[in-house]
Structures are given as structure tokens and as C-alpha cells.
Design a protein around this ligand. Structure first.
Ligand SMILES: NC(=O)c1ccc[n+]([C@@H]2O[C@H](COP(=O)([O-])OP(=O)(O)OC[C@H]3O[C@@H](n4cnc5c(N)ncnc54)[C@H](O)[C@@H]3O)[C@@H](O)[C@H]2O)c1
Length: 313
């Protein structure tokens, strides 16, 4: 099977995520069928979908013709067998309940032709549980979008324990073809990669709020105006490079430890320590450090003008 063999796609669950996932496929030329539990829900999905397209046109992201073509490529059904019969690639975006996802995967597995790839958009469950009983173990995978999925570019792409490389590469390439930014996740674990990073921040924010360190409003303002401001340019690894920590003396460079000094270091912490001890950046060429800083600052200044200065004028 090749990417070109995927001609039609299906999305099961037309809620907050499903309708936006369908937009990505349809906007990029794929006939797309959405299914949900009732026609009333599907009417709501189409309403949201059309509003999203109108906004894209209003904001000059696409033309009216592209919007009309996108909508015309989308059909809806309450019959999951219709999705199975009309899709080479199916994204499951139903309620985050293991039993429901397992039932759906099993049903699709029986109804779909052998070549069909089935992926889940679960936020926190793992594919080895969701797809435990399907026979096509090599043809299941995970695409984890971020809301709103028709706007946010990044999508995590992960394997189940038996997903074939062929399937994985098709999923990855398909995400590129529909102009998303696929992120390879190399191991299966609850929350996969990015929800774990995001979750770590949320847990700490909630804790600090509960401890009375700051109000919810100030936490929100603080995050958005500091490292949130920087984030479109640098993530945690890039930040390590650009803030110059790798140049610090070795004794102050080691990662801060969450555990008491008396506790032995675990294997993972040892690995991080060893990497930090190398005293080298992740991405930036040390010879080009000043140029990288100038590039960063130019981008920040441009964003500063958009986000802050223009509002005050
Ligand atoms: N909301 C987010 O920000 C977000 C982000 C990433 C991933 N996800 C994941 O995406 C999935 C869907 O989340 P959501 O926020 O769109 O939920 P939602 O409740 O908005 O939508 C789920 C839809 O699935 C339908 N549904 C339930 N069981 C079904 C079935 N058996 N067949 C067909 N349709 C069925 C429901 O009627 C509903 O319309 C979940 O697994 C969630 O964890 C959500």
C-alpha cells in the first residue's frame, strides 16, 4: 500500500475535533465522510464546519471556491458501515472512553476492506488497549491533533505495538499532504508526548494557584507574556540553546532536581545530567550563536509590535 492508494477518508465522531479533522482532509482534496450517532449531531457538525470555512475566507486563508469545494467533498452518515465502505483511511474521534473506542475499532476492523488504515485521535489512551482485539494490528495508528484541529498545525503521529513501518510512513506522509506538521512519537505511553509536556505545566499552574502563589488571572498573564510569548520561536530544547545555559560553568549547568539531594539519581536523570554535562547546544551552531540570537530578537520584536504596541496606539 502507498500514500497514493488513499483516495477517500472517513472520520468517526463529528464533535469538537472530528469536524475540524474532516476539514483538513476535504480542504486538501479528499472526499470525506463523517459519521456520528444522530443526524441532529451531524447537522451541528456541518454548521460548525461551514462557519469555520466562512472564517477562513473572511481571513483570506482560502478563497470562496476552496471553501465551497471543501464543503462539497464532505458527506455525513449515521451508519458506520458507510464510512467503512467509503474510506481508505479512517480517523476515530469519538468520546474519550476506552470501551467505546475499542468497540468502534473492532466494528471497523470487521467492516473495512483489508487495506484500510484506522487511526485514533485519543488524547490519553494507548493504541495497544484501543486496538487490542483488531485483526489488522499492522494497519492501526494514532494521529493526535490539537484543538482547533483545522487551524493548529502540529499532529502527533504514533504507532501501536504492531503498526508496520509502511502504515506509519503512510500516516506521516498523509499528515504532510494535508499540510499538517507531523511529530513522530517513538514510544507508546499514556498522554504520548505533547500532552505530557502540556500537562506538566497545567499541573504546576493549578498547584501554584491552589497554594495561593498567584491568582488564575496572573498565572495566565504571566505564562502568555513570558515563555508563552517566546514559544512560537523556541520550545524547551531551543530555549536551552538560545538562553545560553549550555555556556554556563558545568557546576551551575546541571538540571535542577525535583527530588531531595539524598535520593539516588534514576537512570533518566543520569541521562539528562550526562547530556547537560557535554555543555553543547541541541541545535544552534556555537559559531553562529550571535546570528541565532539576532534572528530570534528580530522575530520577537515583530511579534511585540503585533501583540502589544499596535494595541496601545
Ligand atoms: N477536545 C480536544 O481539545 C481534544 C484534543 C485532542 C484530542 N481529543 C480527543 O478527540 C476525541 C474526541 O474529542 P472531542 O473533544 O471531539 O469530543 P466531542 O464530545 O466533542 O465529540 C465526540 C463525538 O463523538 C460522537 N460519538 C460518540 N460515540 C460514537 C460512536 N460510537 N460512533 C460515532 N460517533 C460517536 C459523539 O456524539 C460526539 O459528537 C477524544 O478521544 C478526545 O480525547 C480532544
Amino acid at each position: 500500500m502507498k500514500l497514493a492508494d488513499i483516495e477517500k477518508v472517513g472520520v468517526v465522531g463529528g464533535g469538537t475535533m472530528g469536524f475540524g479533522i474532516a476539514i483538513n482532509f476535504a480542504l486538501n482534496g479528499y472526499p470525506t465522510v463523517i459519521s456520528d450517532l444522530s443526524n441532529e449531531i451531524l447537522q451541528q457538525s456541518m454548521k460548525k464546519l461551514k462557519s469555520a470555512m466562512a472564517l477562513f475566507v473572511e481571513e483570506d486563508l482560502i478563497t470562496q471556491k476552496q471553501a465551497d469545494d471543501t464543503v462539497s467533498r464532505i458527506t455525513t452518515t449515521t451508519d458506520v458501515a458507510e464510512v467503512a465502505a467509503n474510506s481508505d483511511f479512517i480517523t476515530e474521534a469519538v468520546v474519550e472512553r476506552l470501551k467505546d473506542k475499542q468497540e468502534l475499532f473492532n466494528k471497523l476492523d470487521k467492516l473495512c476492506p483489508p487495506h484500510t488504515i484506522i487511526v485514533s485521535n485519543t488524547s490519553g489512551l494507548v493504541l495497544s488497549d484501543i486496538g487490542a482485539d483488531v485483526s489488522r494490528q499492522d494497519k492501526i495508528g494514532l494521529t493526535h491533533y490539537f484543538a482547533p484541529p483545522h487551524i493548529v498545525p502540529g499532529v502527533e503521529v504514533a504507532k501501536g505495538p504492531h503498526t508496520s513501518d509502511e502504515t506509519y510512513n503512510i500516516i506521516y506522509d498523509l499528515m504532510k499532504k494535508v499540510k499538517k506538521v507531523p511529530i513522530r512519537v517513538l514510544k507508546e505511553l499514556p498522554g504520548y508526548l505533547l500532552n505530557r509536556i502540556q500537562g506538566a505545566m497545567s499541573r504546576e499552574a493549578n498547584r501554584l494557584w491552589a497554594e495561593g502563589v498567584a491568582t488564575a488571572e496572573e498565572i495566565e498573564l504571566g505564562v502568555k507574556s513570558t515563555f508563552g510569548f517566546r514559544m512560537p520561536h523556541e520550545g524547551p530544547m531551543g530555549h536551552y540553546d538560545l538562553c545560553g545555559v549550555w555556556k554556563w560553568p558545568a557546576d551551575v549547568r546541571s538540571p535542577r532536581r525535583a527530588r531531595p539531594a539524598s535520593e539516588p539519581l534514576d537512570e533518566v536523570t543520569e541521562k539528562i545530567r550526562a547530556r547537560m554535562a557535554e555543555g553543547k547546544p541541541w541545535f544552534v551552531d556555537p559559531q553562529q550563536f550571535d546570528a541565532a540570537i539576532e534572528k530570534r530578537d528580530r522575530e520577537y520584536i515583530r511579534r511585540l509590535k503585533i501583540l502589544y504596541s499596535s494595541k496601545e496606539k
